[in-house]
Design a protein around this ligand. Structure first.
Ligand code: COA
Length: 166
């Protein structure tokens, strides 16, 4: 059973991430999508909300499993028999950060685990979760940049927040 991990904050998942997921899912038996925490970020959605959005968005794919994990990515890889970690590269600016993370993670793995870099499709090369949230918060059009489930949850949560709820 070939298990591959695609991890990220996914706050929320975008169509750029979905493109990676669809392509990576063809390379393995099981693609684990890890909703993880980046210490430098304060997410808008809870990890349970992010997981739910991904599950709804990837429901058409049969070999996907979505998990939440708030420890080290390498610890998750070590205890779950992951053979490779997939990362998406959007532009050269992603490369240095990715290289640093890949080297640090490699030091923490207790066996050989490959990091596979895939190029994000060009139509999503400018997309990030933050830019999508920012545009949406000013009522800008983000149709086509995020899956429907993400758009619905952004609408719901921002409306609730504006009305003083959760
Ligand atoms: N399409 C669209 N957007 C993409 C993308 C793609 N293919 N690939 C990346 N992005 C965006 C992400 O949405 C994210 O946007 P944001 O900064 O606006 O949120 C940005 O590019 C950076 O993505 P990424 O590098 O995947 O960062 P991340 O915060 O989503 O994920 C973790 C980083 C969670 C994998 C990393 O912090 C981690 O491993 N955390 C666990 C703790 C740990 O082990 N730390 C030590 C690591 S050495």
């Amino acid at each position: 059973m070939r298990k591959v991990l695609y991890a990220g904050t996914f706050d929320p998942i975008t169509n750029g991430h979905m493109d990676m997921i669809e392509r990576a899912s063809k390379l393995c038996d099981v693609l684990l999508i890890g909703v993880m925490e980046n210490k430098g970020k304060k997410p808008f959605f809870t990890s349970a909300e992010r997981k739910n959005i991904i599950e709804r968005s990837a429901a058409h794919l049969s070999n996907i499993e979505v998990i939440t994990f708030d420890g080290l990515l390498a610890d998750f890889v070590n205890v779950n028999q992951i053979e490779a970690v997939v990362r998406g590269l959007r532009a050269t600016m992603d490369f240095e950060y990715e290289l640093q993370m890949a080297h640090m993670n490699a030091r923490l793995y207790n066996k050989d685990v490959e990091t596979i870099f895939m190029m994000t499709s060009p139509q999503y090369s400018f997309v990030s979760s933050s830019i999508v949230k920012e545009v949406f918060s000013f009522n800008g059009d983000i149709e086509g940049l995020v899956p429907n489930a993400a758009l619905e949850e952004l609408k719901r949560k921002m409306k609730n927040q504006n009305e003083g709820g959760l």
